[in-house]
Design a protein around this ligand. Structure first.
Ligand SMILES: CC(C)(COP(=O)(O)OP(=O)(O)OC[C@H]1O[C@@H](n2cnc3c(N)ncnc32)[C@H](O)[C@@H]1OP(=O)(O)O)[C@@H](O)C(=O)NCCC(=O)NCCS
Length: 213
């Protein structure tokens, strides 16, 4: 069985921050993610998890008072709302920022123990699919000059180097390489992209993408 991708839920934040901590020098706190999820209408996070045959379900008993929409809102934003996702083992995540006809990949990370198993590739495929669905023309990103694994991932899926921001990263003044996948809806990009998707499915199993559109 392949992997599954779906939009993030509040209940995923502890696992996402765990992956963030083991992946980045400057990791985000759970409250930063919560704030982004609640208030930032321009961002979208996707999480990847393993298909387990039958999705794990764990109902959460809700203590908050009130009724109707107010009660739902309180539960939704306190993170205690029950969701079928609860109990699923999150293996990686990606963040996207929508700006007109451009989608910026703000972050992507896979649990260290699960790397080199196609999960980063699947998250990138999902990000590109979502960008196409949103009628974006291109996907852009910055990557540390020293981060060869990530650069290889992006190149494999059609990103090209378009520039360098000198001393972009504040922790060590490292350069950022700017990379772009342009013309993502064009016939030539799509032909290559569909081939890569087929190869991914043949190698890692058929995956299920739920992009929230
Ligand atoms: C970058 C990252 C997300 C890749 O995830 P992953 O699940 O290991 O990637 P995949 O298994 O899908 O690999 C897809 C392709 O990426 C490239 N790649 C991934 N890891 C690589 C490595 N260590 N060395 C060289 N190429 C690598 C390869 O081209 C690979 O294709 P292949 O399997 O045909 O060789 C993961 O290494 C990670 O979480 N790193 C830490 C966080 C990070 O640096 N994020 C990027 C911020 S810009």
């Amino acid at each position: 069985l392949g992997y599954r991708v779906r939009p993030i839920e509040m209940g995923d934040i502890p696992q996402v921050t765990e992956i963030d901590r083991e992946s980045f020098a400057n990791s985000w706190s759970p409250s930063t993610y919560k704030h982004d999820l609640r208030f930032n209408r321009l961002t979208r996070y996707l999480v990847a998890y393993e298909e387990e045959g039958k999705p794990a379900r764990q109902e959460v008993s809700v203590q908050s008072g009130g009724s109707g929409p107010l009660r739902w809102l309180r539960r939704r934003f306190s993170g205690e709302v029950s969701h079928p996702s609860t109990g699923q083992h999150i293996l990686g995540f990606a963040g996207l920022w929508f700006m007109m006809d451009e989608v910026h990949l703000t972050t992507i990370a896979v649990r260290e123990a699960y790397r080199r198993r196609g999960i980063g590739g699947l998250l990138l495929i999902s990000a590109i699919e979502l960008a196409v669905l949103r009628n974006a023309r291109m996907v852009t990103l910055e990557v540390r000059a020293s981060n060869r694994p990530a650069q290889a991932l992006y190149e494999k899926y059609g990103f090209r180097r378009v520039g360098v921001r000198r001393g972009y990263y504040t922790d060590n003044r490292e350069d950022a390489v700017l990379m772009t996948a342009d013309g993502i809806a064009s016939a030539s990009f799509q032909a290559q992209f569909q081939r890569l998707k087929r190869e991914h499915a043949e190698r890692w199993g058929e995956s299920h993408l739920e992009l929230g559109e």
